[in-house]
Design a protein around this ligand. Structure first.
Ligand code: NAP
Length: 315
């Protein structure tokens, strides 16, 4: 029935995809991993990682990915540095198309991740990892006793701001409107925190600093007035874009484009499993993505075993 289909194709090569690959090898599914042309995901633009267990000294994000990749390859995973451009999950075996051809698969793990939205300022990109961050849980620790600003008015911005008050002396939230989008509970928590203040109707127009952040330029969007804030860190928390364009019309997505998951890892198509930030907008950590990759693989393994047993009993 399955012809020359792969037992398992993994799409994505961040901690979720590479952990699925490691477990896939151990389950003898000989995983084929489409890593994407820009492999590695968000850790490739992260400097020091201090919260991944097993690394008593800080490890650079790209080095951590390199180690996961080496582990997967040593165990026998085949990594192909290509982007998936189209999938057909209505056929079985599933079809996955890249620039060089079509691969058929008995099971798929989707681990394509999400990218933080950027302000799209040259200075933001230049100072990324040098005071500009997208992750308070990862980097908040470096701002003990310092002044920081957070951009955004959603749940993430409120969570980041509240988390940062554990370390920072002051947290100024800069929001483009005069009303928060965040849920009532997170709003209240931020409102009641004496270290948090709000700058309404405002946008960051430039991050100031050469080797590290020294401040931000803020424009009032109602009056046009511009002033400078002295801060040591800027946390950009204006939402994420899940990488799900190729799955539109194939898998159920929520209104923000995240893949809808039930029973931990199952997508709307049996046999297609999901791991990491492409569905998980809540935790978004390397370690939770890795754990998700493990879970997705264990479920894929069960699925493939059942398919192969059914095929044998029909013959
Ligand atoms: P979000 O809800 O899309 O909010 C993004 C915020 O950033 C909005 O306030 C938006 O302003 C602002 N923004 C967007 N683009 C901007 C730009 N270019 N410049 C300046 N500001 C900009 O994103 P999120 O907060 O990351 O949340 C994503 C999803 O995860 C939501 O469904 C959220 O409920 C969920 N979440 C839940 C939890 C929780 O339950 N604990 C925690 C985190 C996230 P406007 O308001 O003007 O549009």
């Amino acid at each position: 029935m399955e012809g020359n289909a792969e037992k398992l194709v993994i799409i994505g090569s961040g901690p979720a995809g590479l952990t699925a690959a490691i477990y896939g090898c151990r389950a003898d599914l000989q995983p084929l991993v489409f890593t994407g042309t820009k492999y590695g995901g968000q850790l490739m633009v992260t400097s020091e990682v201090e919260n991944f267990p097993g690394f008593p000294d800080p490890v650079l994000g790209p080095d951590l990915i390199g180690k996961m990749r080496a582990q997967a390859e040593r165990l026998g995973a085949r990594l192909v540095q290509e982007d998936v451009v189209e999938v057909d999950f209505k056929k079985y075996p599933f079809e996955i198309r890249t620039g060089t051809g079509v691969t058929r698969a008995l099971s798929v793990v989707v681990a394509t991740g999400a990218n933080p939205r950027r302000l799209n300022l040259e200075s933001e990109m230049r100072l990324m990892g040098k005071g500009v961050s997208n992750c308070a849980v990862c980097d908040g620790f470096f701002f003990r006793g310092k002044k920081v600003a957070v951009v955004g008015g959603g749940d993430t911005a409120m969570e980041e701001a509240t988390f940062l008050t554990k370390f920072a002396s002051t947290v100024q939230v800069i929001h483009r409107r005069d009303e928060l989008r965040a849920s009532a509970a997170l709003k209240k928590e931020a409102d009641e925190n004496p270290k948090i203040s709000f700058i309404w109707n405002s946008a960051v127009t430039e991050v100031i600093g050469s080797g590290k952040v020294q401040g931000v330029k803020v424009r009032n969007l109602k009056t046009g007035a511009e002033n400078e804030l002295t801060v040591d860190g800027l946390f950009v928390a204006i939402g994420y874009e899940p990488n799900t364009d190729v799955f539109r019309g194939q898998l159920e997505l929520d209104p923000k484009g995240y893949i809808v998951v039930k029973n931990h890892t199952e997508s709307s198509v049996p046999g297609v499993f999901v791991a990491g930030d492409v569905h998980d907008f809540r935790y978004r950590q390397a370690i939770t993505a890795a754990a998700d990759g493990c879970k997705a693989l264990l479920d894929a393994e069960r699925f493939v075993k059942q398919k192969l047993e059914t095929a044998i009993s029909i013959r």
